[in-house]
Design a protein around this ligand. Structure first.
Ligand code: TYC
Length: 112
C-alpha cells in the first residue's frame, strides 16, 4: 500500500464535499374558519364572537357579519389546524350557552 493511487479507493484525491446545513422545516397547512348564516342568531352576537375570538375590531366584525348575513358564508380567519379547531369549539360553545344556532366550520386553505 505504498502506491499513493491505491490508498484512497480508485485513485481518488482527498476531496471533501461540503454541503450547507439546511434545517428541514415545513410550513404548516393553514385552515380557514368559516361562519355560516342562519335566521336566528342575533347580529350583535355574531359581531361579539368576531371581536372576542377572532380579534376583529368593531368595524371589521360588522363588515364580516354583514357579509355572512348577505352571502351565507364568510371567513373569520386563517389558522393552523389546532388553533382553527379551538376557535370553532369556542364559538360553538358560546352559541350553545346562549341557545343560538350559529355554525362554524373549518376548510383547508388553498393558497399555499
Ligand atoms: N342572519 C342573522 C339575522 O338576521 C344574522 C347572522 C349573521 C347570523 C351572520 C349568523 O353567521 C351569521 N339575525
Amino acid at each position: 500500500m505504498s502506491d499513493p493511487d491505491k490508498r484512497e479507493g480508485q485513485g481518488s484525491p482527498n476531496t471533501t464535499v461540503v454541503t450547507k446545513a439546511r434545517p428541514k422545516t415545513k410550513k404548516p397547512s393553514m385552515y380557514r374558519v368559516l361562519m355560516l348564516n342562519d335566521d336566528y342568531t342575533p347580529m350583535e352576537f355574531v359581531v361579539h364572537v368576531l371581536e372576542r375570538f377572532f380579534g376583529k375590531n368593531h368595524e371589521d366584525a360588522v363588515q364580516i357579519m354583514l357579509h355572512v348575513h348577505q352571502r351565507g358564508v364568510g371567513v373569520c380567519g386563517v389558522f393552523t389546524y389546532e388553533i382553527a379547531e379551538t376557535k370553532v369549539n369556542q364559538v360553538m360553545e358560546l352559541a350553545r350557552q346562549h341557545q343560538h344556532p350559529l355554525q362554524c366550520t373549518i376548510e383547508k386553505d388553498g393558497s399555499e
